[in-house]
Design a protein around this ligand. Sequence first.
Ligand code: IDP
Length: 136
Amino acid sequence: MSERTLVLVKPDGVERGLVGEVISRIERKGLKLVALELKNVDRELAEQHYAEHDGKPFFGSLIEFITSGPVVAACVEGPRAIAAFRQLAGGTDPVEKAAPGSIRGDFGLEVQFNLVHGSDSPESAERELKLWFPEL
Ligand code: IDP
C-alpha cells in the first residue's frame, strides 16, 4: 500500500544548495516524486502549515524563518512514505536527536534551521498536501 507525504526543503536548505542532496536521498530510498515546486511562502500559508505550534515561544521566529526565502515543496509517494521520509530527515534537533547519516544529522546544527520538513502522520500529510498542492 502506497501513501503520500509532504516534504519541504526549508529556506536554509535551499540557501545552502542542498536541494539536490535531499531529492537524491528521496529517490535513492525508492520513493517517488509526484509533484515538485520552488515556492515563496506567504505568512498565511506559513501560519496554516505550522498552526499546531501557534502560541509556542518559537512560533514567531519559525514563521519569520519559513517565509524568509524560497522553499522546495514536494509530494512524495511510496510504501510507508511518511515514516520513510521522517527516517531520512532524522529527529527535530540535528545534534541531539538526528542520527549521523540522516539529512539533519549530516547537515544541521540548530533546531530551528533543520533543513527539511516531513509530515508526521497520515492526518497531517492529508492536511498539508491540501495546503501546498490543492491541485493534486
Ligand atoms: P518536526 O519538523 O521534526 O516535525 P516539530 O516539533 O513539528 O518538528 O517542529 C516544527 C519545526 O519548528 C521544527 O522542524 C523546527 O524548525 C522548529 N522548532 C521546533 N522546536 C523548536 C524549538 O524549540 N526552537 C526553535 N525552533 C523549533
